[in-house]
Design a protein around this ligand. Structure first.
Ligand SMILES: Nc1ncnc2c1ncn2[C@@H]1O[C@H](COP(=O)(O)OP(=O)(O)OP(=O)(O)O)[C@@H](O)[C@H]1O
Ligand SMILES: Cc1ncsc1CCO
Ligand SMILES: [Mg+2]
Length: 245
């Protein structure tokens, strides 16, 4: 799966999910304060081990022990900016994959400027929703992901669309943030970032489809989504995953 020209498939999604469950990668998250628990649960139920501390004194040690890093700008302040810079330096110095979610960078020039500073530090992936990615524009060498009803991934050479998911995902705060954590867990076990991210998004999208068949609305959808993620397997992915070139 290391040939960078390869297009990911549903079979890859099942294989990578099994690899995450076998290897149990550590994912450190500098996650916004709104969806810390939901994101940690998402990483845990796919088989990863989340850690969430944002202490300046500890961040370097936590990132050094992690297999992948998630940076989320949702609740940003001066202290968090400083901690994010330390985390990114450690990840880059040790060659660990990291994903950056430029939450609400379309709301504030200062946040957009910080997102651009981070992009200049070569994140493995930048993922945002349509509004965020529209203002971000080009992401240089990084894999660029725009999520929504269809998720669009491009790494400069390949373009992939993921046609899974359910509209209730947009009614539960943090499904995009959670996807950053799950993508990081997949990047920890697969060096081709596009394959890792496409597979991760097909797993979360497929779980959402299953959850929607059990739920009555967004409230009951949220726990059903975690249940479906936890019980996802290769057979289910072979039937559901819609990863298209
Ligand atoms: N209408 C939809 N149909 C299917 N899937 C959707 C739909 N809207 C969003 N999704 C899925 O929901 C997840 C989050 O995407 P979205 O673009 O809403 O992120 P976001 O706005 O960053 O979310 P948040 O900031 O609340 O975490 C993605 O996996 C995406 O595929
Ligand atoms: C609503 C909200 N505000 C800051 S972060 C967040 C959740 C993910 O977008
Ligand atoms: Mg978001």
């Amino acid at each position: 799966m290391s040939d960078v020209k390869r297009q990911p498939t549903a079979v890859d999604a099942g294989l990578l999910l099994a690899r995450v469950r076998a290897q149990r990668p550590r994912v450190h998250c500098l996650m916004n304060t709104v969806v810390q628990k939901f994101t940690a649960d998402g990483i845990t139920v796919v088989g990863g081990i989340p850690s969430m501390t944002s202490s300046r004194d500890e961040i370097a040690d936590f990132v050094a022990k992690a297999d992948a890093l998630t940076i989320n700008l949702g609740t940003l302040d001066a202290e968090r900016r400083a901690v994010i810079r330390i985390a990114v330096d450690v990840a880059n110095a040790s060659g660990k994959p990291w994903i950056m979610d430029p939450v609400h960078c379309d709301y504030s020039p200062g946040r957009l400027e910080f997102a651009r500073e981070l992009i200049s530090l070569d994140p493995t992936i930048v993922r945002g929703n349509r509004a965020e990615m529209s203002v971000i524009g080009d992401t240089r060498a990084s894999l660029r992901i725009q999520t929504g009803p269809v998720d669009e991934l491009s790494d400069g050479e390949r373009r992939v669309s993921i046609r899974n998911g359910h509209p209730w995902m947009a009614q539960v705060t943090g499904t995009g943030c959670l996807s950053g954590g799950v993508i990081a867990a997949f990047m920890a076990v697969e060096p081709d970032a596009l394959t890792a991210a496409a597979c991760a998004l097909s797993v979360t999208g497929s779980a959402a489809e299953i959850a929607a068949t059990h739920a009555q609305g967004p409230g009951t959808f949220e726990p059903a989504f975690l249940d479906a993620l936890a019980s996802m397997d290769a057979n289910e992915l072979n039937q559901r995953a819609r990863i298209e070139a």
